[in-house]
Design a protein around this ligand. Structure first.
Ligand code: SF4
Length: 78
């Protein structure tokens, strides 16, 4: 099962690459390299930017706080 992940992507090949289709690739590799860009009718498009995600919930409690005087007294009075 594919927990928390998107659907598996189609395996790309150099034949699908913009650089290969436009005879711009000078690499003689057996598999696609990190430069791979899909060949689309619109031509070469920059990779999509990551999006900012703003947190809507605010943290209302601190992760840790000093014990109160009563808690300290109870801890050390035993
Ligand atoms: S740039 Fe990389 S992915 Fe594209 S054709 Fe060349 S080797 Fe393959």
């Amino acid at each position: 099962m594919n927990k928390g992940r998107t659907a598996p992507k189609k395996k790309v090949s150099c034949a699908d690459c913009y650089f290969h289709c436009n005879t711009l690739c000078a690499l003689g590799l057996d598999e696609p390299c990190p430069t791979f860009r899909p060949d689309t009718p619109e031509g070469l498009r920059p990779p999509t930017q990551l999006r900012f995600l703003f947190r809507t919930e605010r943290r209302t409690q601190s992760a840790w706080a000093f014990p109160t005087a009563d808690e300290q007294a109870a801890l050390h009075s035993a």
